[in-house]
Design a protein around this ligand. Structure first.
Ligand code: DAT
Ligand code: MG
Length: 140
């Protein structure tokens, strides 16, 4: 069977803090393969679609604002069980709760301000991965 694919974003905090290389290093060190990679500033429209499941929640607006505040690095990564595997590398959503050894646990900042600066996004299921990959990389 074809290996799984996941959409990963290095969020604006990660790009601004110069952590893109460290995050990609962890992904590659784990053995996942980069299939697509692009630096870009996401539009509100793309982000509202990307985070549609969270529409209406109190953190939705600040999240979209934060995610459009600067460039992100969007990637498609591939490997055996990469969807849960990358979620495990990333750690818990709230960096305060994320375990040491994870990207968010080692490097992220919690949502004390308005929204988590938790460095990365990773698809959470095969259906969302397919939807998100089509959204960010329509040609793929
Ligand atoms: P994840 O990014 O771990 O999949 P999610 O999909 O539940 O988490 O939420 C999307 C993003 O929204 C998350 O990375 C950070 C932000 N967020 C989620 N819950 C939040 C909350 N209670 N307060 C502030 N920001 C939150
Ligand atoms: Mg999510």
């Amino acid at each position: 069977p074809a290996p799984q694919r996941s959409l990963v974003l290095v969020k604006p905090d990660g790009v601004a803090r110069g952590l893109t290389g460290e995050i990609l290093r962890r992904i590659e060190a784990k053995g996942y393969r980069l299939v697509a990679l692009e630096l870009r500033v996401a539009t509100r429209e793309l982000l509202e679609e990307h985070y549609a499941e969270h529409a209406g929640k109190p953190f939705f607006e600040p999240l979209v604002e934060f995610m459009s505040s600067g460039p992100v690095v969007a990637a498609v990564i591939e490997g055996h069980q990469v969807i849960p595997g990358f979620r495990s590398l990333a750690g818990a959503t709230d960096p305060t709760a994320a375990a040491p050894g994870t990207i968010r646990g080692d490097l992220g900042r919690d949502w004390g301000l308005r929204v988590a600066q938790n460095l990365v996004h990773g698809s959470d299921a095969p259906e969302s991965a397919a939807r998100e990959i089509a959204l960010w990389f329509p040609g793929l």
